[in-house]
Unconditional design. Structure first.
Length: 115
C-alpha cells in the first residue's frame, strides 16, 4: 500500500493550496480517508475526514469553513482544498487510509504559511 501526498509548499497568509493524496495497493473506495497535520512540538491532529460510503465529511474546529475534503474513487485520490490559510496552519500534512483495523499513512507534505 502506498499513499503519496503532493501539493504542499510555501504560501502567504490568505492564499490557497490544494493537497492531493494518491493511493495504490488497496481498494480505495472501501477506506475512510483523512488528512492529519503535525506542527513542530505539537501532537498530530485530525484536519478532515471523508467516509467510504456516501462521502460524509468531518472537520477539525480550526479549519471548518476554510478547508474542504473530497475524494475521487475513480482516481484513487483524496484532496484537501485549503483556503484563507493562516500561519497557524503551518505543519506537515499527512494522508491516512483506514478500514476497520487496518490503516496506512503517507509520508507527509510540508505546508508553510508565512509572509
Amino acid at each position: 500500500v502506498q499513499l503519496v501526498e503532493s501539493g504542499g509548499g510555501l504560501v502567504q497568509p490568505g492564499e490557497s493550496l490544494r493537497l492531493s493524496c494518491a493511493a495504490s495497493g488497496l481498494t480505495f473506495s472501501r477506506y475512510v480517508m483523512s488528512w492529519y497535520r503535525q506542527a513542530p512540538g505539537k501532537e498530530r491532529e485530525l484536519v478532515a475526514s471523508i467516509g467510504s460510503i456516501g462521502g460524509g465529511t468531518n472537520y477539525g474546529d480550526s479549519v471548518k469553513g476554510r478547508f474542504t475534503i473530497s475524494r475521487d474513487n475513480a482516481k484513487n485520490t483524496v484532496y484537501l482544498q485549503m483556503n484563507s490559510l493562516k500561519p497557524e496552519d503551518t505543519a506537515v500534512y499527512y494522508c491516512k487510509a483506514e478500514n476497520w483495523d487496518r490503516y496506512y499513512w503517507g509520508q507527509g507534505t510540508q505546508v508553510t504559511v508565512s509572509s
